[in-house]
Design a protein around this ligand. Structure first.
Ligand code: ZN
Length: 95
């Protein structure tokens, strides 16, 4: 049983895509290459994987600074106050 087994969905696994990338042109496992040639989803994955591998790693998103957090909290509070003020006014509790 030396055959390459495809996942149940028929699409290549990440390991199989990596295998295709590592193989020199023309020497990729035929079953994998044939699937890649006919499957748009795996082509996109192969391209996306190649881009991710060669490009610089994206740094994780930074947390906002404390001052910025307070600023946004204040904005939310002001917006809420305005909302409740207009709600009270609309319901006739303010004159
Ligand atoms: Zn596929």
């Amino acid at each position: 049983m030396g055959e390459v087994t495809a996942p149940p969905s028929g699409c290549l696994t990440d390991a199989q895509l990596a295998e295709l990338h590592a193989a020199p042109p023309g020497q990729a496992p035929e079953a994998l290459a044939r699937h890649l040639a006919t499957c748009e989803r795996c082509q996109a994955r192969a391209l996306f994987g190649a881009q991710r591998a060669s490009g610089p790693k994206k740094p994780p998103p930074e947390f906002p600074s404390l001052r910025r957090t307070f600023f946004y909290a204040l904005l939310v509070l002001v917006a809420m106050a305005a909302f409740f003020w207009s709600l009270a006014k609309l319901s006739g509790q303010l004159h």
